[in-house]
Design a protein around this ligand. Structure first.
Ligand SMILES: Cc1cc2nc3c(=O)[nH]c(=O)nc-3n(C[C@H](O)[C@H](O)[C@H](O)COP(=O)(O)OP(=O)(O)OC[C@H]3O[C@@H](n4cnc5c(N)ncnc54)[C@H](O)[C@@H]3O)c2cc1C
Length: 342
């Protein structure tokens, strides 16, 4: 059979670059919280998924299939991820057949065994009328055997996390950390915590909708984990209060180097709020003549993700009020209230 005769799935999984498309099926569906659905994806192609080293907050794109008006699931679209313009190619497809593409975190990857699998934890969010986005709705109804396409790292070509570009956790030399996020950041924060070494201390603050969303967390680190169930309060209020307590204003509890900068204003309705320091090699940092200059060389690092306006407020507090060097903080708007992704 010539390559041109292959089925679309085979064309999608062929890849030479750092990014690859994986045709997978749902293996298991587990309700792990009041508002969290864990979907375990499986497929022999996942043997080729991954980066060398820690996965931390590794992100992927998931392409969910379209449905016909009478509810029939259409085949996944055919596009070639080996092409660096794969996203533009996907956008060129007919919107009624290309499906929906959304960004998620790999909560866990078990790709080296005979039955490779990855877990993705979907927040089930629905508005007052019970309407959710395509991903939330898909996850709520997912059944073993359902198929999606995942765009993620091609292990053969991701010798480093940089080669893939989808890991933002970059503490550098910091041994004191702050992780703060809402429910969409829970998979990333819990995955990071599981991989943190024992000599790291600090706080992990996780705002979730409901006490029944609290999950057991395993970590060898000395990071204290605090869950903040909103129970109907406005999004972000508990998180903001907890961050203010954890990172006090100058003169406060944490021994943090403070610079005091005015972060430029970001219109979160027009722009994606995404500000992450460069990843620097710890060996380079250690040998730096001025350890306070480069990103990653200071003792404190913060990683903040969630609803964009909430993250913007935390950024203003940390950088302007508390005076944390912005080279030491990753700020990521994972979603924006009232706006669909893509
Ligand atoms: C790097 C990265 C990693 C992410 N990891 C995860 C993850 O592991 N798990 C996860 O659940 N999400 C994660 N997200 C967030 C997820 O991509 C968004 O929530 C996405 O919008 C969900 O798609 P949807 O089709 O359900 O809703 P969309 O069609 O995008 O949005 C429809 C409506 O729902 C609202 N909305 C979207 N998300 C939420 C929410 N969580 N709560 C309330 N309202 C919402 C939107 O504002 C919009 O009004 C991540 C995002 C990024 C950028």
């Amino acid at each position: 059979m010539s390559p041109a005769d292959r089925a679309p799935a085979a064309r999608r999984t062929r890849a030479a670059g750092a990014v690859m498309c994986f045709d997978v099926e749902v293996r298991r569906v587990s309700r792990i919280g009041a508002n969290f659905q864990r979907i375990t994806f499986a497929g022999s192609c996942l043997a080729e998924f991954g980066v060398q080293g820690r996965t931390d907050d590794l992100r992927i794109k998931i392409v969910l299939p379209s449905r016909t008006p009478d509810g029939r699931v259409l085949p996944l679209p055919d596009f070639d991820c080996a092409d660096p313009r794969w996203y533009q190619d996907w956008l060129q497809l007919d919107p009624s057949v290309r499906g929906a593409m959304r960004t998620y975190t790999v909560r866990a990857a078990r790709c080296s065994g005979p039955e490779p699998e990855i877990d993705v934890d979907f927040v089930l969010h629905f508005d007052a009328d019970g309407v959710g986005g395509p991903a939330s709705s898909w996850a709520a109804e997912a059944q073993p055997g359902d198929r999606v396409a995942i765009i993620g790292p091609n292990a053969a070509n991701c010798v480093t996390a940089e080669a893939y570009g989808g890991i933002e956790w970059r503490p550098g030399l910091a041994r004191h950390v702050l992780l703060a996020g809402d429910e969409t950041a829970v998979p990333a924060i819990t995955a990071i915590l599981e991989q943190l070494p024992a000599d790291v201390t600090g706080y992990a603050l996780l705002e979730v909708p409901d006490p029944a969303d609290i999950q057991p967390v395993r970590t060898a680190s000395g990071v204290g984990v605090r869950w903040l169930p909103r129970e109907g309060r406005p999004h972000g209020t508990l998180l903001e209060g907890a961050v203010r307590t954890a990172v006090a204003l100058p003169g406060g509890a944490l021994p943090l180097p403070r610079t005091g900068q005015e972060p430029e204003e970001v219109d979160v309705d027009q722009t994606i709020l995404w500000e992450t320091p460069q990843r620097l090699d710890p060996e380079v940092l250690k040998s730096s003549a001025n350890p306070h200059a480069p990103a990653g060389a200071l003792p404190f690092y913060a990683w903040i993700a969630g609803e964009a306006a909430v993250v913007r407020g935390l950024r203003r507090y940390l950088v302007r009020d508390a005076g944390i060097d912005r080279k030491q903080v990753a700020f990521m708007g994972y979603w924006r209230e009232g706006r669909a992704e893509g």
